[in-house]
Design a protein around this ligand. Structure first.
Ligand SMILES: [Zn+2]
Length: 76
């Protein structure tokens, strides 16, 4: 019973309400007010490679994809 996401298990445990309750109690991710887990990418939801400069709130991969569309130019 391992998954990449906490909410993915809900579907499997729908038929077992008590197991679902126990799962929610013990596996709920901690709510973060600061740190890397508190700043997801606004486009894809990724938590790594965050760019907050100029209030972008994007991950580096999404920034590379849409940089020219939002007005950035590459010089080298
Ligand atoms: Zn992204």
């Amino acid at each position: 019973m391992t998954t990449s996401s906490y909410t993915k298990m809900f579907k499997q445990l729908q038929s077992k309400p008590l197991k679902l309750k126990k799962y929610k109690k013990h596996n709920k991710p901690k709510a973060r007010s600061f740190g890397k887990d508190s700043k997801p990418c606004q486009r894809c939801g990724n938590l790594r490679g965050h760019i907050g400069k100029y209030s972008l709130s994007l991950c580096r991969r999404c920034f590379r994809q849409i940089a020219t569309k939002i007005g950035f130019t590459k010089f080298s």
